[in-house]
Design a protein. Structure first.
Length: 115
């Protein structure tokens, strides 16, 4: 065995190792600490199912409404006619009159439409 070799590769293996090496008497604080560690290890798969910290942070940031960019292709009565809005997060293009979303269908970014 080398110094860098990992012997325990999953939370389940760690739980089993802790349980099989748990002191049977005395060491009350150590047993309580190990029980707490087992509980924490049992919860890890739930957090993995939710996503990484970065994914959760990105999802939370996507809930803050952003104003899309708008593009127009001409003027009517002296004013620019905007016919396209662009998601400020992913850059997807949508039609102003037909694609009125509160969230970008592509990336989930919350939108604060101004027009």
């Amino acid at each position: 065995m080398t110094g860098n070799e990992v012997l325990i590769k999953t939370p389940e293996e760690a739980i089993e190792t802790i349980k099989s090496n748990m002191p049977t008497s005395g060491y009350q604080m150590l047993r309580e600490s190990l029980d707490m560690a087992i509980t924490a290890l049992e919860e890890i798969p739930q957090y993995w199912a939710i996503g990484t910290v970065e994914e959760c942070r990105e999802a939370a940031e996507n809930q803050i409404p952003k104003t899309p960019d708008y593009e127009g292709d001409g003027y009517a009565d002296g004013h620019m006619v905007y016919d396209t809005w662009i998601c400020p997060n992913c850059g997807e293009y949508y039609e102003v009159d037909h694609d009125d979303y509160r969230y970008c269908p592509n990336c989930g970014q919350a939108l604060d439409h101004v027009i």
